[in-house]
Design a protein around this ligand. Structure first.
Ligand code: ADP
Length: 334
């Protein structure tokens, strides 16, 4: 946590704005039409049968709206949403107390589900399948198993790394949805909606420029909009134009494609030190000084989506577009 009181205040304000911007009905949840349609059908069918909807798993990069959709499902079902994270489910006791505290009809949202400890996953299986919570009480020869009936509940899990989830856990979800990056038009719509909520006057060119730099991700779009809003406020601009966006992006060292310093460093290093590739994941990890997961989850998917990096059977290679974008054509080995 930053100790600077001004920074802290800014953090609080950002948090409040985030709450304001989070869609609270299906119409304001923009894009992801296929997922929305499927989820709505599942909810309606369950409601008609008087049952709880099946357990659901959402996976995809950060900031695409997994938590938001869990909130919407809970709202639609009139259910209480209990939120936890795989990080908090380390010990058997953590999961047992989370499950034992559930009430009839609750939705349990587990973010970062890939971080659920493997040894406690086994408690989750019977809970998901037959609403039974098996637990051991006592120690040594006096230990015995106690079984508790759980109320009807729906587990909604979210993860950025679905391949780290064990196959038995995955198989216990009634539906698994892959969340993909958003189209430019949808990101623009999200920015316009957020600008409306914040009472901002914004030109369409400015909306498009923010959207291009938003990494196809709603959270990033909102974050950039907030920074542009700050810039416009400080410069007493009544309307946000493209100029304000360019200046803000420059200050944040984000280029017009949304690449940040680290993205550029990654591509540049592969071009200059490794002749454009192929390089292995470990090389990327070494260049960035980040762990494998972060490289695979955050950096790679975006650069691949942008067509700047490619995964080939022999490793990662930088594309011609990356040479052009970084103005490094002279390094291209023919
Ligand atoms: P995740 O859980 O996938 O990391 P979140 O659900 O927290 O992502 O979404 C991040 C923010 O982006 C939300 O607070 C919300 O304001 C915005 N957002 C996400 N998805 C949408 C969407 N489909 N339409 C509008 N805004 C969205």
């Amino acid at each position: 946590m930053n100790g600077n009181p001004m920074e802290q205040k800014k953090g609080e304000q950002d948090f409040q704005i985030d709450t304001l911007l989070r869609p609270d009905n299906w119409d304001s949840y923009i894009g992801q039409e296929r997922i929305k349609a499927n989820v709505k059908i599942m909810i309606e069918a369950a409601q008609k049968r008087g049952e709880r909807p099946d357990h659901l798993l959402f996976y995809g990069p950060q900031g695409l709206g997994k938590t938001t959709i869990a909130n919407l499902i809970a709202k639609e079902m009139g259910a209480q949403l209990r939120i936890t994270s795989g990080v908090n489910l380390e010990k058997t006791g953590d999961l047992v107390s989370t499950l034992a505290n559930l009430e009839e009809g609750d939705i349990l949202f587990v973010d970062e589900a890939h971080r659920i400890n493997r040894t406690i996953e086994e408690i989750l299986y019977p809970a998901m399948e037959s609403r039974k919570l098996h637990m051991m009480v006592g120690k040594g020869p006096a230990a015995r198993q106690l079984t508790l009936d759980l109320p009807a509940f729906t587990l909604i899990a979210a993860t950025t790394r679905v391949n780290l989830l064990s196959a038995p856990l995955r198989s216990r979800f009634g539906a698994i949805f892959s969340m993909d990056y958003y189209e430019q038009a949808h990101i623009e719509e999200i920015i316009r909606r957020s600008a409306g909520i914040l009472g901002l006057q914004i030109e369409s060119g400015a909306v498009a420029s923010i959207a291009r730099a938003a990494r196809f991700t709603p959270r990033t779009a909102n974050r950039l909009l907030k920074r542009v809003r700050d810039y416009a406020q400080v410069h007493n601009m009544a309307t946000i134009g493209e100029e304000a966006v360019y200046d803000t992006l420059e200050m944040l060292e984000i280029d017009e494609l949304g690449l940040e310093k680290w993205d550029r460093k990654l591509l540049e290093s592969i071009i200059k030190k490794f002749k454009g590739g192929p390089v292995g994941l470990n090389t990327l990890v070494a260049i960035l000084g980040e762990d494998k997961g972060t490289v695979e989850e955050i950096y790679e998917p975006f650069l691949i989506k942008m067509g700047l990096l490619q995964k080939t059977p022999s490793g990662r290679v930088v594309t011609d577009e990356a040479y052009d974008h970084l103005n490094l054509r002279q390094f291209k080995v023919q």
